[in-house]
Design a protein around this ligand. Sequence first.
Ligand SMILES: *Cc1c(COP(=O)(O)O)cnc(C)c1O
Length: 437
Amino acid sequence: MTDTFRAEEARDFGFETRQLHAGQRPDPNTGARAVPIFQTTSYVFEDPESAAAYFNLQEYGNTYSRIMNPTVAVFEERVANLEGAMGGVAFASGIAAQAAALFTLLEPGDHVVSSAALYGGTVNQLKHLLRKMTVELTWVDPDDPDAWRAAVRPNTKAFFAETIGNPGGNVLDIETVAAIAHEHDLPLIVDNTFATPYLCRPIEWGADIVVHSATKFIGGHGTSIGGVVVEAGTFDWSNGRFPVIADPSPAYHGLQFHETFGTYGYLMKLRAETLRDLGGAMSPFNAFLFLQGLETLSLRMERHVANARTVAQFLDGHDLASHVTYAGLPGSRYRGLVEKYLPRGAGAVFSFDCAGGREGGQNLIRGVTLWSHLANVGDAKSLIIHPASTTHRQLSDAELEASGVRPGTVRLSVGTESVDDLLWDLEQGLTYVSKAA
Ligand SMILES: *Cc1c(COP(=O)(O)O)cnc(C)c1O
């Protein structure tokens, strides 16, 4: 079987098959089985008419790699396929993807409602970048449906949340929050970075737009920064709340994205305007590396989750550890939501409090050797960081507490090593903590 597309028509392929094949057929010119890296800025047009048709978006064709590239296109298609989305657009980082997802549907004077339990970089982005475009923001407790409902205003344009929040391990009740968004004709945007489409597909539960930092589990090896936005294709952008997508666009010589492209209106505007103007395009080489990552996503996630469960249980029973936030623990307050949304496991990133406060957390970092001390998650290698000394170091103890981080909190991203080695290393770190105390 050489034509995967034709085969797809014949059968609904499983996730493990699609993570290897979706969005690609072997290169028709060379027969190359791997996705070639099209390291080119631009593409020769056949004639002036087809060039004009591409620029008018009357025909879909490659023009310039800030807007589209064949290697990046396979990555976009593959993530969209795995998420059950209609299509996607890739970006140079997860942060760029989020900005673009929002900018495409926002205008000055609009309002966004967001979960307060988010990745720190996203908190900064929403707090400061939105204000610069005079967009207002309301933070809500993601676990409280009434808070989402109460935050909606006439100028609200979107809900934003993470499948698994950081660092508290909050699991979003996606179906409930999506229903509240839809009651008000609003889209729900979900950052699915920590779950990946293998553990959870938010679109199946009503989310409209899914964003990823591909930097994490999708890439999976800590080599590249990237992001992607995918859209379900079911949201009605002509519902009256989104003239920015339905009305003639001054940024694209009066094009009406919704009327012209129907369900593709949002994605076309995301690419043809937002990516064009913000410019954070994914490089073809990074797309190639992310495709390598996607090929083994399910295999790595199974191992990440199994190791995370074992490490969380070990810490949960340890005298020198407390407040283990892994949502996959039997005693977690999110247990019901995990069973519903994350039946294959609650990811591999969580935090716990090390005995001895700030000093204890720092000594644990000093005491371990196998866990890498760095600011990233989702690498096949296990990672550890002490937020109060690094990502959250500008905050006072009171501000730390409010963001769910205490002086002794340590965040882990559990990798795919032999789990006994991970436990051995944590034990030697904790021994160092108690000796130093
Ligand atoms: C890392 C991360 C981001 C930002 O992605 P970058 O690729 O670092 O720009 C956004 N959300 C979550 C949950 C992340 O972990």
